[in-house]
Design a protein around this ligand. Structure first.
Ligand SMILES: [Zn+2]
Length: 134
């Protein structure tokens, strides 16, 4: 089972000067991958609690906190990652300076804000309704 589903999409890069079309990869975290991340945090909290058992006085506080926090933190991490989408492999040009945009992977909360590394122009990336024109 794939942990992350990747899909190529057409995007629209917009600044105050105008807009360009490009393409990007949309990565969607699956339920299995989100559960894996949640369980890792649960294990980390319980592992921390287990390590605190032999420490005098500290174990009175750290063990109950670690045991109780494990499921809570694990669930919060699971909810954060379940169906979380991020944008990567962005191909397109900055409408302000026409240089190619090299943006790192970022959360796909539409519209995705960006700042051009070359000309410092602020803009947004949105899903284009038609295909990329490169
Ligand atoms: Zn630019």
């Amino acid at each position: 089972m794939k942990s992350v589903v990747a899909k190529n999409i057409a995007i629209k890069i917009t600044t105050e000067v105008g807009s360009y079309l490009g393409s990007a990869q949309l990565n969607v975290c699956t339920k299995a991958e989100a559960a894996k991340k949640g369980l890792l945090w649960l294990a980390a909290c319980w592992g921390g609690a287990l390590c605190a058992v032999p420490i005098p006085l500290v174990h009175f506080v750290a063990v109950p906190i670690g045991v109780l926090a494990g499921p809570i933190v694990g669930y919060v991490i699971f909810r954060m990652h379940h169906h979380a989408t991020d944008l990567s492999a962005l191909v397109g040009n900055c409408p302000s300076c026409q240089k190619s945009l090299l943006l790192g992977t970022r959360a796909a909360n539409w519209p995705v804000p960006f700042q051009c590394p070359a000309c410092q122009a602020h803009g947004t990336v949105t899903i284009a309704s038609d295909g990329p024109r490169l």
